[in-house]
Design a protein around this ligand. Sequence first.
Ligand code: ATP
Ligand code: MN
Length: 449
Amino acid sequence: MIKDLFKMEPSGQTVSVRGWVRTKREMKNLVFVELYDGSCFAPIQCTFDRSASFDAETEDALKRLSTGASAEICGLLLSSPAKKQRVEIAAKSARIFGEASAETYPLQKKGHSLEFLREIAHLRPRTNIIGAAARIRSRLAFAVHAFFQERGFQYIHTPIITASDAEGAGAMFEVTAPCHKGDFFGRRSFLTVSGQLEGETYALALSKIYTFGPTFRAENSNTARHLAEFWMIEPEIAFAHIEDGMTLAEEFLKYLLKDILKNRPDDLAFFDERVQNGLVSMLETISESGFAHISYTDAIKELEKYSDKFEFKPVWGFDLQSEHEKFLTEYVVKGPLIVTAYPKEIKPFYMKQNSDEKTVQAMDLLVPRFGEIIGGSEREDNLSRLMERMKELGMDAAPYWWYLDLRRYGSAPHTGFGLGFERLVQFVTGLANIRDVIPYPRAAGLAGF
Ligand code: ATP
Ligand code: MN
């Protein structure tokens, strides 16, 4: 693939590449064809010297090749006189696989808006920007697995169809099948909003687990941060307290950033130049810094000092708005921040309560320019306290009998967190809209194909 050619020492050896034409330029005696195959950011330049003669197939290809066409080009690998690339191909032959009509190919010109590209989701991976986002997404997914596997975590596939609402996390999509008497599953069933509860059952058997799978929320909000279908990573560790979760979250995020900085510098350089200036140095700094910690209560006190700066006034007992989160990370601590001990009213039923009876052992990891990227907690492992909290919240405990069993048999302190995978890719690329970091975004009124 092209990425391998860029690593070779050019010595006039014969090579061949297959890919798609990024650009074709014709000079008097030279034809330049830039070919890309998606294996790396840069295309490779193939130069045809018209003073030589080519076979009929090559002549035909040179006529019909245009932006978007697919071809195979063979030639000699030479060092390139051009500044932006190290090697190029002195082309000897070319063969076209498929044309792309210059009149109708939608990506004929560069510089289309991201909005326009969303309308041609099937072709947009051929653009620099969506191709780069896809490579970063792929590498990050690999790094997620590498991080946990290196540390002895087992990968658990939690169900996509479920009967329980993990945390009132969001409205659920109902699953049903036509032509069936009553409910297909014998009861109302939904697409999962989180794998956490099932993940806990395996953590209390295998000690350290993680999930990484699709998650669904019927969000009404049409925001640049929400999808109806997204991927979530949820580690869960037994015999661990909230501090262990915080350490894990910090190590995890730093590991992912270091990995992507090392393995996709070409794509990151593009996002730094075109999407968010200073992106690479920000990611480097975060990957090496120690994360600050603050309690929710202290964070509110801090925010109250700047009350007039906010659209939503910071008030104890209400969730931090994203303007508050950004302010804390960008102006107060100037770096990543872990906020702990949130009021129990704004957090789900399963979080372990602090002795003050007002707050829970929750932790949110906030990052500059973005706000919350990870949310987690120590779970309530005491049966009666958990049941009491469910009662307070007016929850019916019956459907949770299996979840409560974890507290009946061999209960142990355990801790976990969730990272929305698309939010991570957004943060790493600087892309403002979550719809550009997943191949086929699903949102209210937008299923596409
Ligand atoms: P938000 O307040 O942004 O809606 P949340 O509090 O509902 O997030 P959690 O229930 O804690 O989020 O879910 C865990 C993680 O999943 C979040 O930190 C976020 O990264 C991601 N996430 C949540 N909802 C969505 C969504 N609709 N689309 C994409 N990612 C999401
Ligand atoms: Mn939400």
